[in-house]
Design a protein around this ligand. Structure first.
Ligand SMILES: NC(=O)c1ccc[n+]([C@@H]2O[C@H](COP(=O)([O-])OP(=O)(O)OC[C@H]3O[C@@H](n4cnc5c(N)ncnc54)[C@H](OP(=O)(O)O)[C@@H]3O)[C@@H](O)[C@H]2O)c1
Length: 229
C-alpha cells in the first residue's frame, strides 16, 4: 500500500509496518484511547445487513486485526457487541452499557475477560454482577457511564493502549467528552445511499482532528487522525 500522508509520502508499506505506523505518540503519558471505524465514501457505517461486515473489506480487516494486536484492552458499546455478535476476544473487553444487560454472546466468558462499565440505575446491574463477577462490573455514573472516569479506571488497572471499535453512539460521546485521543477510519470506495448510521451518531459536535497518516490500497483509504487539543 502507498503512504499518502505521514511516514515517508510515496513509500510502499505492508502490514508488517503497521506496528510502527500506528504507534502511539511517544511523549504521551497515561492511557491512550484509539477508536477504529469503517465507513463507505458516502458516510455509511453499516451495510444492508445492518453490520459493519456489509461494508468492510480485506484491507480494513488487516488494519482491524493489527490495531487489536497493538491494544491491551477493548472498549465497545453494548449495541455493537449485540449487533455484531462479539465473542470474548483475546484481550479484555469492556462493554459500555446503560441497561447493564450483558450481551448473550459474551455471557460465558472466562472470569475477568469481559468487564462491564455501567450505571447505578442500570436495570440489569445485579444480573451483570452475577454473570461477570462484582469486580468486573464498574459502576461509573448515575444514568450514563462517565467515560473520563472509565478511561482513568482502566489506566489504574494497568491498561494503557485502549482501543474502541465504536459503535457510533459511543464514539459520539468519546469525542464529545474529550476521551478519544485518536480516530482511525477506513474509507471503502463505495457509495450505498440509504439511511444508515454514520460513524458518529448523536447531537451536533465539532471536534477538530489532525491527520497523521493516510494509506491507500486498491482505492481503500486507511487514515489516522489525532484529536486536536
Ligand atoms: N462502521 C463501523 O466501524 C462500526 C463500528 C461499530 C458498530 N457499527 C455499527 O453500528 C451499529 C450500532 O450502533 P450503535 O451506535 O447503537 O452502537 P453502540 O454505540 O455500540 O451502542 C449503543 C449502546 O451502547 C451503550 N452506551 C453507549 N454509550 C454509553 C454511555 N455513555 N453510557 C452507558 N451506555 C452507553 C448503550 O447500551 P445499552 O443499550 O446496553 O444501555 C447504548 O444503547 C451496528 O449496526 C454496528 O454494526 C459500525
Amino acid at each position: 500500500m502507498r503512504v499518502l500522508i505521514g511516514g515517508e509520502p510515496g513509500a510502499v508499506v505492508t502490514e508488517d509496518d503497521f506496528e510502527a505506523l500506528y504507534a502511539r505518540p511517544a511523549h504521551h503519558v497515561g492511557p491512550w484511547l484509539r477508536v477504529n471505524m469503517v465507513s463507505t465514501l458516502d458516510g455509511a457505517a453499516q451495510g444492508d445487513d445492518g453490520k459493519s461486515g456489509g461494508i468492510n473489506n480485506a484491507v480494513d480487516k488487516s488494519v482491524f486485526h493489527a490495531l487489536r494486536r497493538l491494544a491491551d484492552c477493548l472498549v465497545v458499546g453494548a449495541g455493537t457487541v449485540r449487533i455484531e455478535g462479539y465473542r470474548p476476544p483475546d484481550l479484555p473487553l469492556v462493554v459500555v452499557s446503560r441497561s447493564g444487560q450483558v450481551p448473550p454472546t459474551v455471557c460465558g466468558a472466562e472470569p475477568g475477560r469481559v468487564l462491564m462499565a455501567t450505571t447505578e440505575h442500570a436495570p440489569a446491574l445485579a444480573e451483570a454482577r452475577a454473570l461477570l463477577g462484582d469486580e468486573n462490573v464498574l459502576v461509573l455514573g448515575s444514568y450514563s457511564v462517565d467515560l473520563v472516569t472509565l478511561k482513568a479506571a482502566l489506566g489504574d488497572r494497568g491498561h494503557t493502549e485502549l482501543l474502541s471499535e465504536g459503535g457510533p453512539h459511543l464514539l459520539h460521546q468519546l469525542l464529545a467528552e474529550g476521551v478519544a485521543d485518536e480516530l482511525c477510519v477506513t474509507v471503502v470506495p463505495r457509495a450505498i445511499g440509504g439511511t444508515r448510521l454514520r460513524i458518529v451518531a448523536g447531537s451536533e459536535i465539532d471536534v477538530p482532528l489532525t491527520p497523521t497518516l493516510l494509506l491507500e490500497e486498491g482505492g481503500t483509504l486507511l487514515g489516522r487522525w489525532h484529536v486536536s487539543r
